[in-house]
Design a protein around this ligand. Structure first.
Ligand code: ATP
Ligand code: MG
Length: 236
């Protein structure tokens, strides 16, 4: 379970990136975070993998609490979270296989085990045949699928995806969404921030709407992209 209690975030002297956020995310849920640019979506996600710590309030992620966490414990926490970004963050001149294997190699896993895990994941994202290719030779949609495979190497309990389809065309975006849906179907929680309302509008997942550093109550309207939409009732 992930819990935010009275969480505020100030960046430097600029107050109010997040203002008094109270939230609970249940294990196994697929949750969408929607909201205009600058509303605090990425900040909220960064708090969960403790890339930043709150300026006020407490974030609890499983057995870890932002209130008392050491750098070593933050590393442990991050091993249990898969993170996917809009810009993939692959090492472009390395092979697809090496990109996906990196988290396991760094931790000293045996080669045979690494090979088995990486090939299984590449197969799952439909890119087993690309293992020897440099990452730079892939399409953007393929790169994101490699990044998702890499996020899954340590069998995380949650995948956090920050605008994972932001650089992708419609078809590649749909592929990424269905991959995340499959990951969710296997029991992993998924938390995805997105601007792409069209992509997710027919999905049944719980939605968190953010505006101006706050989570909105669900009975309002807001701007997403060029559309003014009526917020749907929160799906539990
Ligand atoms: N490193 C930083 N230093 C200073 N201010 C920041 C920093 N990161 C974010 N902010 C500010 O905090 C607020 C929330 O930013 P955040 O990146 O969380 O929004 P977002 O909803 O993810 O936006 P986008 O949709 O553009 O990704 C914004 O006002 C932003 O300018
Ligand atoms: Mg963002």
């Amino acid at each position: 379970m992930i819990q935010f209690s009275h969480v505020t975030v100030n960046y430097g002297y600029v107050p109010g990136a997040l203002k008094d956020i109270n939230l609970q995310l249940r294990d196994g849920d697929f949750t969408l975070i929607l909201g205009p640019t600058g509303s605090g979506k990425s900040t909220l996600l960064r708090l969960i993998y403790m890339d930043i710590l709150p300026s006020g309030g407490v974030v609890k992620v499983g057995k870890w609490s932002s209130y008392r966490i050491t750098p070593r414990q933050i590393n442990l926490l991050r091993r249990n979270i898969g993170v996917v970004f809009q810009d993939f963050k692959l090492i472009e001149n390395m092979s697809v296989f090496d990109n996906v294997s990196l988290p396991l190699v760094i931790e000293g896993y045996r080669r045979k085990y690494v090979k088995r895990v990486v090939n299984t994941l590449l197969d799952e994202v439909g890119l087993l045949h690309c293992g020897d290719q440099r990452a730079s030779t892939l399409s953007l949609g393929e790169k994101q699928r490699v990044a998702i495979a890499r996020a899954m190497t340590r069998n995380p309990f949650i995948v956090i995806a920050d605008e994972p389809t932001g650089n992708l065309d419609r078809e590649a975006s749909e592929n990424v969404l269905s991959l995340l849906q499959r990951i969710h179907g296997n029991g992993t929680s998924v938390l995805m921030a997105t601007h792409d309302y069209e992509l997710i509008k027919d999905t049944p997942y719980k939605r968190i709407y953010m505006e101006n550093g706050q989570v909105l109550p669900p009975d309002r309207t807001m701007n997403i992209g060029k559309q003014r939409i009526r917020l749907l009732t929160k799906q539990e």
